[in-house]
Design a protein. Structure first.
Length: 82
């Protein structure tokens, strides 16, 4: 499985509860696309949210995010890791 980091923009003022709710929405349906969301991080001041996942493709990640109501603005593969 490949790893991906995706970016969501425009979430200024996001709270910890809202981040958890969005992440939980992904987790609830991730198996439909064989995706596993590992973690999510947010900067409420800049409005940026980052999600790391393992998935068969970036398209699979995007489909889950779209169904959960928060499509990613960018999805980047992570080909190397230390």
């Amino acid at each position: 499985m490949a790893k991906f980091m995706d970016v969501h923009r425009g979430m200024v003022g996001l709270t910890a509860d809202q981040l958890k709710e969005a992440h939980d929405a992904d987790l609830a349906i991730q198996r439909d696309e064989s995706v596993e969301f590992v973690n999510a991080w947010a900067d409420p001041e800049s409005g940026l949210v980052y999600c790391m996942s393992e998935a068969p493709s970036a398209d699979a990640v995007q489909r889950i995010h779209e169904r959960a109501g928060h499509p990613a603005d960018e999805i980047h593969p992570i080909p190397l890791e230390v």
